[in-house]
Design a protein around this ligand. Structure first.
Ligand SMILES: Cc1cc2nc3c(=O)[nH]c(=O)nc-3n(C[C@H](O)[C@H](O)[C@H](O)COP(=O)(O)OP(=O)(O)OC[C@H]3O[C@@H](n4cnc5c(N)ncnc54)[C@H](O)[C@@H]3O)c2cc1C
Ligand code: FES
Ligand code: FES
Length: 469
């Protein structure tokens, strides 16, 4: 039996934990305000909020794509659909959208209102940048984004006049007319909910982390399968500094990772690079471990972690073992993980002083798109010579690829000639295939250019445009 609160109602259901949340909201509860656009996490029309309590009893909300979220994952949570933020009159966010003519057909509007509600609930400074980030997964086909941005800016300006104390956030938003009054009682109600686990005890149960890959690929299969929800493993939701590395628990979402103080201190580039993975409604659920086990040859996080020399701790079948990520992949979607084992945590060693890192990705759209080719580099220099080098490349082999044999470039001066040779060498090591993201030849060209892009960004080495460059 699953238990959760939907808007202001406590609900219990015997529905399968793999039932998709939007189907449950629309088909069972007849809450038709949540719209189904793509049903693949790409458009944001289905955005709702999911609120959970932390150890101290404080509630925090995330915006999520209800079209790829199983109800087992929100067991014990507060789910907010557009009906749950409606008030007698338009609420403050709806009014901003009305005032700035930010809605035409209205299909995207419920999702936009809820993404902005998430912004209001989560942004420490109510900055316009946070409002924009909160909206990065919401597509609108008819209004145009200028009006939506204007409404978001007005909301940000209005909220900046209020207290920014996160401990009083719900009260502030109640007073500002953003949230209806019942929100004040939700933490108490959640505490009393006492939901039991939604996970199957079966050792063969399918592991669901964020579900952002699985529930796009095989939703029909999952609604009939035994499932184990990593989100129930609160003990795996952490980011810890430990000696000379950072440890990331398998239940940590990409958005928590990118906002972590420790990550920002030791890997500051992640704040922007992880934005390229996907939109907020996905980053709020997707995990690093899910990206690794997904084993896509173009997994962005995997490509970043490979160059950073990460390793993974695997738990199960009575033992714990650690393995370097670059030894994990065997062949297309084949890797060193047995039935009964899970990734428990990911270890990323700190970069030594002076070591540089860069990530590049080529995709049709900047956010919300899978890469055609991506690559990361970790480079240590001695003056202008290469002292050590790691390069990973995605979309150019059957696995997320670590380029081997780079020791030959040690001691070489960083110059156009060296980078050109390195780019040629990398191209000789890859074997891309023709697919929807591009032909094999195009991908070879891309990886060559990405090697130059790394050196251009880090050292100003440019691709030679012809004689005399
Ligand atoms: C619209 C959209 C855009 C996307 N864009 C990108 C993109 O640009 N780049 C990119 O890299 N990915 C992208 N993805 C894919 C997906 O979001 C990522 O791969 C994500 O990191 C998967 O994490 P998850 O937690 O949601 O995994 P899940 O879907 O929960 O799981 C993925 C796999 O990992 C297994 N698994 C999860 N956690 C563990 C664990 N701890 N131990 C063992 N097995 C585990 C699951 O059983 C499953 O086989 C996109 C997805 C969507 C829907
Ligand atoms: S329906 Fe498009 S993201 Fe969910
Ligand atoms: S108002 Fe029509 S899709 Fe946004």
């Amino acid at each position: 039996m699953l238990k959760f609160i939907v808007n202001d109602k406590i609900l219990e259901t015997n529905a399968h934990p793999g039932t998709i949340l939007i189907d449950y909201l629309r088909d069972e509860l007849k809450l038709y305000g949540t719209k189904e656009g793509c049903k693949e996490g790409e458009c944001g029309a289905c955005t709702v909020l999911a609120g959970t309590l932390d150890d101290k009893g404080n509630i925090s909300y995330k915006s999520v794509a209800s079209c790829i979220l199983p109800i087992g994952d929100v067991n014990g949570s507060h789910i907010v659909s557009i009906e749950g933020v409606n008030q007698e009159e338009l609420n403050t966010i709806q009014k901003a959208i009305f005032d700035y003519s930010a809605s035409q057909c209205g299909f995207c509007t419920p999702g936009i209102v809820l993404s902005l509600t998430y912004f209001a609930l989560s942004s420490s400074e109510f900055s316009y940048k946070d409002a924009e980030d909160a909206l990065d997964g919401n597509l609108c086909r008819c209004t145009g984004y200028v009006a939506i941005r204007n409404a978001a800016k007005a909301l940000s300006d209005l909220l900046k006049t209020k207290s920014r104390d996160m401990n009083k956030r719900i009260d502030v938003l109640l007073e500002a007319g953003v949230l209806p009054s019942y929100f004040a009682q939700i933490p108490q109600k959640l505490k009393k909910l006492n939901a039991s686990s939604a996970s199957s005890p079966s050792a063969k149960a399918r592991i669901i982390a964020g579900g952002t890959d699985l529930f796009v690929q095989i939703p029909d299969q999952l609604v009939e399968s035994d499932l184990k929800f990593i989100s129930e493993r609160k003990d795996l939701n952490y980011i810890r500094v430990d000696g000379n590395c950072i440890r990331i628990g398998a239940a940590t979402s990409l958005e928590d990772f990118r906002n972590s103080c420790a990550v920002n201190k030791y890997f500051p580039f992640m704040k922007d690079d992880v934005l390229l993975h996907s939109s907020m409604i996905l980053r709020n659920k997707a995990t690093l471990a899910g990206n690794i086990v997904n084993a896509s040859p173009i997994g962005d996080i995997t490509i970043m972690l490979l160059a950073l020399n990460a390793s993974i701790v695997i738990d199960g079948n009575g033992k714990t073992r650690e393995i370097a990520l670059d030894k994990f992949y065997k062949d297309y979607k084949k890797f060193d993980l047995s039935e009964g084992e899970i990734i428990k945590e990911i270890l990323v060693p700190f970069m030594n002083e002076g070591v540089l890192y860069n990530f590049e990705k080529v995709s049709n759209r900047k956010i919300l798109d899978i890469a055609a080719v991506n690559s990361s580099i970790l480079i240590e220099t001695n003056g202008m010579d290469i002292a050590a080098l790691r390069i990973s490349a995605g979309g150019v082999a059957s696995i997320p690829l670590m380029i081997g044999g780079l020791d030959n470039f040690r001691g070489k001066e960083i110059s156009y000639e060296t980078v050109n040779k390195l780019a040629e060498y990398v191209v000789s090591q890859v074997a891309p295939i023709d697919d929807v993201r591009g032909s094999a030849n195009y991908k070879k060209l891309l990886i060559r250019q990405l090697i130059f892009a790394h050196f251009n960004k880090l050292f100003g080495v440019k691709v030679c445009a012809g004689e005399g460059c």
